[in-house]
Design a protein around this ligand. Structure first.
Ligand SMILES: [Mn+2]
Length: 295
Protein backbone atom coordinates (compact mmCIF):
# COMPACT_ATOMS: atom_id res chain seq x y z
CA UNK A 1 0.00 0.00 0.00
CA UNK A 2 1.24 3.51 -0.80
CA UNK A 3 2.13 5.64 2.24
CA UNK A 4 -0.49 8.31 1.49
CA UNK A 5 -3.14 5.64 1.10
CA UNK A 6 -2.03 4.12 4.38
CA UNK A 7 -2.31 7.52 6.01
CA UNK A 8 -5.77 8.02 4.56
CA UNK A 9 -6.89 4.61 5.84
CA UNK A 10 -5.64 5.47 9.34
CA UNK A 11 -7.44 8.80 9.19
CA UNK A 12 -10.60 7.06 8.06
CA UNK A 13 -10.41 4.58 10.91
CA UNK A 14 -9.86 7.43 13.39
CA UNK A 15 -12.83 9.31 12.01
CA UNK A 16 -15.10 6.29 12.20
CA UNK A 17 -13.90 5.51 15.72
CA UNK A 18 -14.40 9.16 16.75
CA UNK A 19 -17.93 9.28 15.53
CA UNK A 20 -18.45 5.73 16.85
CA UNK A 21 -20.35 4.98 13.69
CA UNK A 22 -19.40 1.32 13.36
CA UNK A 23 -18.98 0.17 16.91
CA UNK A 24 -22.29 0.99 18.55
CA UNK A 25 -24.26 -2.16 18.01
CA UNK A 26 -21.75 -4.95 17.69
CA UNK A 27 -21.28 -6.71 14.40
CA UNK A 28 -24.76 -6.93 12.96
CA UNK A 29 -27.93 -4.94 12.58
CA UNK A 30 -30.47 -4.51 15.38
CA UNK A 31 -33.33 -5.28 13.02
CA UNK A 32 -32.65 -8.27 10.75
CA UNK A 33 -33.46 -8.05 7.04
CA UNK A 34 -36.87 -9.64 6.39
CA UNK A 35 -37.26 -12.36 3.76
CA UNK A 36 -39.16 -10.37 1.19
CA UNK A 37 -39.36 -10.42 -2.59
CA UNK A 38 -37.18 -7.55 -3.85
CA UNK A 39 -37.83 -5.38 -6.86
CA UNK A 40 -34.77 -5.41 -9.07
CA UNK A 41 -33.41 -2.36 -10.86
CA UNK A 42 -30.35 -1.79 -12.96
CA UNK A 43 -29.38 1.24 -10.87
CA UNK A 44 -30.51 3.01 -7.71
CA UNK A 45 -29.55 6.55 -6.65
CA UNK A 46 -30.24 7.81 -3.13
CA UNK A 47 -28.89 10.87 -1.32
CA UNK A 48 -29.45 13.36 1.48
CA UNK A 49 -30.16 10.71 4.09
CA UNK A 50 -28.60 12.81 6.90
CA UNK A 51 -27.85 9.90 9.23
CA UNK A 52 -27.00 11.31 12.64
CA UNK A 53 -29.91 13.76 12.69
CA UNK A 54 -33.42 13.42 14.06
CA UNK A 55 -34.83 14.45 10.71
CA UNK A 56 -33.54 11.30 9.00
CA UNK A 57 -36.35 8.92 8.09
CA UNK A 58 -34.30 5.77 8.70
CA UNK A 59 -37.37 3.52 9.16
CA UNK A 60 -38.65 4.28 5.70
CA UNK A 61 -35.20 3.97 4.17
CA UNK A 62 -34.71 0.55 5.81
CA UNK A 63 -38.02 -0.55 4.31
CA UNK A 64 -36.86 0.72 0.90
CA UNK A 65 -33.50 -1.07 1.18
CA UNK A 66 -35.25 -4.31 2.22
CA UNK A 67 -37.64 -4.11 -0.74
CA UNK A 68 -35.24 -3.36 -3.59
CA UNK A 69 -32.01 -4.51 -5.17
CA UNK A 70 -29.83 -3.30 -8.03
CA UNK A 71 -26.65 -4.01 -9.95
CA UNK A 72 -25.29 -0.60 -9.01
CA UNK A 73 -26.17 1.80 -6.23
CA UNK A 74 -24.97 5.39 -6.03
CA UNK A 75 -24.96 7.19 -2.69
CA UNK A 76 -25.12 10.76 -3.93
CA UNK A 77 -23.95 12.64 -0.83
CA UNK A 78 -25.11 13.90 2.58
CA UNK A 79 -25.43 10.27 3.66
CA UNK A 80 -24.04 10.94 7.13
CA UNK A 81 -24.44 14.43 8.56
CA UNK A 82 -20.92 14.82 9.91
CA UNK A 83 -21.28 18.47 10.82
CA UNK A 84 -24.40 17.93 12.89
CA UNK A 85 -22.84 14.84 14.54
CA UNK A 86 -19.83 16.89 15.63
CA UNK A 87 -22.11 19.42 17.30
CA UNK A 88 -24.31 16.88 19.00
CA UNK A 89 -23.90 13.13 18.91
CA UNK A 90 -27.05 11.34 17.81
CA UNK A 91 -26.85 7.81 16.46
CA UNK A 92 -29.82 5.48 17.11
CA UNK A 93 -29.73 1.77 16.23
CA UNK A 94 -31.71 2.30 13.00
CA UNK A 95 -28.95 4.53 11.65
CA UNK A 96 -26.50 1.69 12.22
CA UNK A 97 -28.95 -0.62 10.45
CA UNK A 98 -28.86 1.59 7.36
CA UNK A 99 -25.05 1.45 7.27
CA UNK A 100 -25.07 -2.34 7.77
CA UNK A 101 -27.58 -2.85 4.97
CA UNK A 102 -25.47 -0.84 2.56
CA UNK A 103 -22.30 -2.75 3.47
CA UNK A 104 -24.15 -6.08 3.13
CA UNK A 105 -25.36 -5.04 -0.31
CA UNK A 106 -21.76 -4.45 -1.34
CA UNK A 107 -20.82 -7.87 0.00
CA UNK A 108 -23.66 -9.51 -1.96
CA UNK A 109 -22.23 -8.05 -5.16
CA UNK A 110 -23.93 -4.69 -5.69
CA UNK A 111 -21.46 -2.13 -7.00
CA UNK A 112 -21.69 0.76 -4.55
CA UNK A 113 -20.33 4.18 -5.40
CA UNK A 114 -20.31 6.75 -2.60
CA UNK A 115 -20.03 10.40 -3.63
CA UNK A 116 -19.77 12.47 -0.43
CA UNK A 117 -21.73 15.74 -0.27
CA UNK A 118 -21.18 18.91 1.74
CA UNK A 119 -22.53 17.49 5.01
CA UNK A 120 -20.23 14.47 4.76
CA UNK A 121 -17.36 16.26 3.05
CA UNK A 122 -14.93 14.73 5.59
CA UNK A 123 -15.17 11.61 3.43
CA UNK A 124 -14.01 13.51 0.36
CA UNK A 125 -10.41 13.16 1.52
CA UNK A 126 -10.78 9.42 0.86
CA UNK A 127 -11.70 9.91 -2.80
CA UNK A 128 -10.34 7.05 -4.87
CA UNK A 129 -10.30 4.57 -1.99
CA UNK A 130 -12.57 1.57 -1.42
CA UNK A 131 -13.95 0.66 2.02
CA UNK A 132 -15.61 -2.74 2.36
CA UNK A 133 -16.50 -2.73 -1.33
CA UNK A 134 -17.78 0.84 -1.28
CA UNK A 135 -15.98 3.03 -3.84
CA UNK A 136 -15.53 6.61 -2.70
CA UNK A 137 -15.52 9.05 -5.62
CA UNK A 138 -15.82 12.80 -6.08
CA UNK A 139 -18.12 12.29 -9.06
CA UNK A 140 -18.93 9.51 -11.50
CA UNK A 141 -20.04 8.87 -15.05
CA UNK A 142 -22.93 6.43 -15.40
CA UNK A 143 -23.78 4.79 -18.74
CA UNK A 144 -27.47 3.92 -18.96
CA UNK A 145 -28.79 0.76 -20.63
CA UNK A 146 -30.02 2.89 -23.55
CA UNK A 147 -26.64 4.48 -24.13
CA UNK A 148 -26.84 7.82 -22.31
CA UNK A 149 -23.89 9.22 -20.40
CA UNK A 150 -24.88 10.73 -17.06
CA UNK A 151 -22.69 12.81 -14.77
CA UNK A 152 -23.35 11.90 -11.13
CA UNK A 153 -22.46 14.38 -8.38
CA UNK A 154 -23.93 15.76 -5.15
CA UNK A 155 -24.68 19.28 -6.40
CA UNK A 156 -23.17 21.60 -3.79
CA UNK A 157 -20.34 22.31 -6.25
CA UNK A 158 -22.76 24.77 -7.86
CA UNK A 159 -23.50 26.72 -4.67
CA UNK A 160 -20.94 29.36 -5.69
CA UNK A 161 -22.73 29.92 -8.99
CA UNK A 162 -25.93 30.25 -6.97
CA UNK A 163 -24.41 33.11 -4.90
CA UNK A 164 -27.23 35.50 -5.69
CA UNK A 165 -29.53 33.10 -3.92
CA UNK A 166 -27.31 32.44 -0.95
CA UNK A 167 -29.16 34.65 1.50
CA UNK A 168 -32.25 32.72 0.58
CA UNK A 169 -30.47 29.42 1.18
CA UNK A 170 -29.50 30.70 4.65
CA UNK A 171 -32.95 31.88 5.50
CA UNK A 172 -34.18 28.66 3.98
CA UNK A 173 -31.96 26.63 6.30
CA UNK A 174 -33.49 28.14 9.45
CA UNK A 175 -37.02 27.95 8.16
CA UNK A 176 -36.31 24.42 7.02
CA UNK A 177 -35.19 23.25 10.47
CA UNK A 178 -38.30 24.78 12.01
CA UNK A 179 -40.43 23.13 9.39
CA UNK A 180 -38.73 19.77 9.96
CA UNK A 181 -39.53 19.94 13.65
CA UNK A 182 -43.11 20.72 12.80
CA UNK A 183 -43.11 17.93 10.22
CA UNK A 184 -42.15 15.37 12.88
CA UNK A 185 -44.97 16.53 15.16
CA UNK A 186 -47.57 16.55 12.42
CA UNK A 187 -46.61 13.05 11.35
CA UNK A 188 -46.47 11.70 14.89
CA UNK A 189 -50.07 12.87 15.29
CA UNK A 190 -51.03 11.54 11.86
CA UNK A 191 -49.50 8.15 12.73
CA UNK A 192 -51.57 8.03 15.89
CA UNK A 193 -54.66 8.80 13.84
CA UNK A 194 -53.54 6.10 11.38
CA UNK A 195 -53.26 8.65 8.60
CA UNK A 196 -50.55 8.24 5.95
CA UNK A 197 -47.23 10.10 6.07
CA UNK A 198 -47.48 13.64 4.79
CA UNK A 199 -44.71 16.02 3.82
CA UNK A 200 -45.26 19.49 5.19
CA UNK A 201 -42.26 21.14 3.59
CA UNK A 202 -43.02 19.51 0.26
CA UNK A 203 -46.25 21.45 0.33
CA UNK A 204 -44.62 24.61 1.67
CA UNK A 205 -41.88 24.50 -0.97
CA UNK A 206 -44.41 24.45 -3.74
CA UNK A 207 -46.34 27.30 -2.15
CA UNK A 208 -43.40 29.62 -1.61
CA UNK A 209 -42.58 31.38 -4.83
CA UNK A 210 -38.97 32.15 -3.89
CA UNK A 211 -38.23 28.55 -3.07
CA UNK A 212 -39.69 27.45 -6.38
CA UNK A 213 -37.52 29.99 -8.20
CA UNK A 214 -34.47 28.87 -6.27
CA UNK A 215 -35.07 25.23 -7.14
CA UNK A 216 -35.66 25.81 -10.83
CA UNK A 217 -32.61 28.10 -11.02
CA UNK A 218 -30.48 25.40 -9.40
CA UNK A 219 -31.78 22.83 -11.87
CA UNK A 220 -30.94 25.09 -14.82
CA UNK A 221 -27.43 25.84 -13.53
CA UNK A 222 -26.68 22.15 -12.98
CA UNK A 223 -28.01 21.17 -16.42
CA UNK A 224 -26.05 23.95 -18.11
CA UNK A 225 -22.80 22.93 -16.38
CA UNK A 226 -23.41 19.29 -17.29
CA UNK A 227 -23.97 20.32 -20.92
CA UNK A 228 -20.58 22.03 -20.94
CA UNK A 229 -19.01 18.74 -19.85
CA UNK A 230 -20.43 16.97 -22.88
CA UNK A 231 -22.74 14.47 -21.12
CA UNK A 232 -26.36 13.65 -21.97
CA UNK A 233 -27.64 14.17 -18.46
CA UNK A 234 -26.86 14.75 -14.80
CA UNK A 235 -27.91 13.10 -11.54
CA UNK A 236 -27.61 15.04 -8.30
CA UNK A 237 -29.18 15.59 -4.89
CA UNK A 238 -28.46 18.41 -2.42
CA UNK A 239 -31.67 20.51 -2.71
CA UNK A 240 -33.97 17.76 -1.36
CA UNK A 241 -36.31 18.04 -4.34
CA UNK A 242 -36.76 14.96 -6.53
CA UNK A 243 -37.19 15.74 -10.20
CA UNK A 244 -36.91 14.37 -13.73
CA UNK A 245 -36.81 17.19 -16.24
CA UNK A 246 -35.27 17.97 -19.61
CA UNK A 247 -33.53 21.34 -19.72
CA UNK A 248 -32.21 22.53 -23.10
CA UNK A 249 -31.52 19.01 -24.28
CA UNK A 250 -29.92 17.84 -21.02
CA UNK A 251 -31.69 15.29 -18.81
CA UNK A 252 -31.78 16.58 -15.24
CA UNK A 253 -32.39 14.06 -12.47
CA UNK A 254 -32.57 14.71 -8.74
CA UNK A 255 -33.03 11.72 -6.42
CA UNK A 256 -34.57 13.82 -3.62
CA UNK A 257 -33.92 13.00 0.06
CA UNK A 258 -34.78 10.80 3.05
CA UNK A 259 -35.52 13.62 5.48
CA UNK A 260 -39.02 14.30 4.29
CA UNK A 261 -39.56 13.53 0.61
CA UNK A 262 -38.32 9.91 1.04
CA UNK A 263 -37.57 9.32 -2.63
CA UNK A 264 -35.11 7.35 -4.75
CA UNK A 265 -34.19 7.54 -8.42
CA UNK A 266 -34.07 4.21 -10.23
CA UNK A 267 -33.04 3.00 -13.68
CA UNK A 268 -34.99 0.06 -15.09
CA UNK A 269 -33.18 -2.59 -17.14
CA UNK A 270 -34.23 -0.89 -20.40
CA UNK A 271 -32.74 2.44 -19.30
CA UNK A 272 -36.06 4.00 -18.28
CA UNK A 273 -35.68 6.32 -15.29
CA UNK A 274 -38.23 6.72 -12.50
CA UNK A 275 -38.58 8.46 -9.13
CA UNK A 276 -39.96 6.21 -6.39
CA UNK A 277 -41.94 7.96 -3.65
CA UNK A 278 -41.48 5.45 -0.87
CA UNK A 279 -44.24 6.65 1.48
CA UNK A 280 -46.72 6.10 -1.36
CA UNK A 281 -45.21 2.71 -2.22
CA UNK A 282 -45.56 1.59 1.40
CA UNK A 283 -49.16 2.84 1.60
CA UNK A 284 -49.98 0.98 -1.62
CA UNK A 285 -48.41 -2.22 -0.32
CA UNK A 286 -50.39 -1.95 2.92
CA UNK A 287 -53.63 -1.34 1.01
CA UNK A 288 -53.01 -4.41 -1.17
CA UNK A 289 -52.23 -6.55 1.88
CA UNK A 290 -55.39 -5.34 3.59
CA UNK A 291 -57.52 -6.01 0.53
CA UNK A 292 -56.03 -9.53 0.31
CA UNK A 293 -56.73 -10.18 3.96
CA UNK A 294 -60.32 -9.00 3.54
CA UNK A 295 -60.92 -11.13 0.43
MN1 LIG B 1 -26.02 18.79 0.37
Amino acid sequence: MQPDKEFAMDAARDFLADTAVFRLSGDSEARPEPKRERRRYRTIWISDIHLGTKGCNADMLIDFLDSTDSETMYLVGDIIDGWRLKKRFYWPAEHNDVVWRILKRAKRGTRIVYIPGNHDEMFRQFTGLDFGGVEIRRKAIHDTADGKRLLVLHGDEFDAVMLAHRWLAHLGDMAYELLMGLNRWVNAVRRRLELPYWSLSKMAKHKVKNAVEFISHFEEVVAEQAGKRGVDGVVCGHIHTAEIREIEGIDYYNDGDWVEGCTALVEHFDGRMEILHWAEEMALRDAVAEARAAA
